[in-house]
Design a protein around this ligand. Structure first.
Ligand code: HEM
Length: 424
């Protein structure tokens, strides 16, 4: 084996923590090899990027996912026993449940109608307050909207929103954010586990066809009902990532602040532009850094050996900013998606390849539809952006977020532009 094919001796775990999202793209720029080799937590890792790599990575004959997820990520972000940890037929049966709940025009419209109704109500209260934090408000709106749609009764939307955000915010750190995330998960799983038991015992009526009814009655590949804990984990796998769309709503505030000329275009009620804007938010701003699995057998990628057991990473953030795929990748420009929609394995903020066969996010349509509905609403508001806040988005914090959460002061609803004044 020549030197470029050996795992490096020095461990890069600290470099990853120090550089965050920029670590893999930096490493890729410094190598002529078709993959990056590293040592992470003492293990040999390779990182891949690009549409061909997406197809290679998501082939179950190459990479298996279940055994690769670190315990601390399961105890915070996904939950033990989650769909993310399954492979093969067990994965396909569980995944089908998510796809039946989250895809198709009726399901997507159901979530969007519920969330936009809560948003429109919330905006009325923002106008009476000196200032609001967009990230926090959006997380509450999304939580209330998705729970109403899912048939999950809420006593305290604000507390639940805080817990859902904490689980996402604390998965990639060892500090207090991580322990907050663990406590939030334990609380949420206990609450939803009891709810599933109540539904099964008939003490609570789940609306017909709702997420709550479907998950409580779901039978896995072995023909058995999910145990209440796993059912709670999967209910959270619907409501937690929906609440996390607040990350992108706050990013939208950031984008409109830096590119104010886009506000009028967004306010024009052009669904194609709103979708293009949603795609560009998901491409440009940092959220999921990479996904990982383990080589199931000895593999070769573009002539490079990957021994069985190697940790294989797919660099999602790097691919979304790869100059080989995107013109001026570090410029925010929704027009890039107006000419043509993204190809399946090109834009990968929520994973790649076929969503039914692999682990690609089943909530992608919901995410795009929510952003396409909420961001034009945001663009139609008038507000001040106080200079006293910190609008930086440090790339070495995982997950990244606008530091101040995007504070808006003196929020007003904008008068509609007269039709004649609209851009063609
Ligand atoms: C905030 C926007 C979102 C981002 C950035 C995101 C990102 C991702 C990523 C990167 C994956 C893993 C793909 C892989 O392992 O290959 C994933 C999986 C998943 N996402 Fe999302 N997601 C988002 C929104 C949603 C929504 C709205 C839902 C549900 C309503 C959802 C439900 C799931 C589920 C259940 C999985 C596991 C799929 C599987 O293992 O087969 N996500 N998401």
């Amino acid at each position: 084996m020549n030197d470029s094919r050996r795992p490096p001796i020095t461990d890069s775990s600290l470099a990853l923590l120090a550089k965050g999202y920029a670590w893999l793209p930096d490493r890729r720029r410094r190598t002529t090899a078709p993959l990056v080799r590293a040592r992470l937590m003492g293990q040999h890792a390779v990182a891949l990027c690009g549409p061909q790599a997406v197809r290679f990575f998501y082939d179950e004959r190459h990479v298996e996912r279940g055994s690769a997820l670190p315990g601390p990520v399961l105890s915070t972000l996904f939950g033990h026993g989650a769909v993310h940890t399954l492979d093969g037929p067990a994965h396909r049966v569980r995944k089908e449940m998510f796809l039946s709940l989250l895809t198709g025009p009726e399901a997507v419209a159901g979530v969007v109608d519920s969330v936009t109704a809560v948003w429109d109500e919330a905006v009325r209260s923002w106008t009476g307050r000196p200032s609001v934090v967009l990230f926090d408000e959006a997380s509450r709106v999304l939580t209330e909207g998705v729970c109403r749609w899912a048939g999950i009764p809420l006593d305290d939307a604000e507390a639940v929103a805080r817990d859902l955000v904490a689980m996402v915010d604390g998965f990639a750190t060892a500090g207090p954010r991580h322990w907050r995330a663990r406590r939030a998960r334990a609380r949420s799983e206990a609450w939803l586990g009891r709810l599933v038991e109540d539904v099964r015992e008939g003490a609570v009526a789940a609306p017909a066809g709702s997420v709550l009814e479907t998950v409580a009655g779901h039978r896995d590949a072995d023909g058995l009902l999910l145990d209440p804990h796993t059912a709670a984990v999967e209910l959270l796998n619907v409501i937690r990532p929906t609440a996390a769309v607040c990350w992108f709503v706050a990013y939208a505030g950031h984008a409109l602040h830096h590119r104010p000329e886009l506000r009028d275009r967004l306010g024009e009620d052009d669904p194609a532009y709103a979708v293009a804007f949603a795609h560009e938010l998901r491409r440009f701003y940092p959220f999921a850094p990479f996904v990982g699995g383990r080589a199931v057998t000895d593999l070769t990628w573009q002539g490079e050996p990957i021994p069985a057991g190697t940790m294989v990473l797919l660099d999602l953030y790097g691919q979304n900013h790869d100059p080989a795929l995107w013109e001026e990748p570090y410029a925010f420009d929704p027009r890039r998606f107006l000419a043509r929609p993204p190809e399946r394995d090109e834009l990968v903020p929520q994973g790649g390849a076929d969503r039914a066969a692999g682990h690609r996010c089943p909530g992608e349509d919901v995410t795009v539809a929510l952003l396409s509905a909420l961001v034009p609403r945001l663009a139609r508001l008038e507000y001040e952006v106080p200079a006293s806040q910190d609008l930086r988005i440090p790339l070495n914090r995982m997950p990244a977020r606008v530091r101040s959460g995007f504070v808006m002061a003196s929020v007003r609803v904008r008068a509609a532009a007269p039709a004649a004044a609209r851009t063609p």
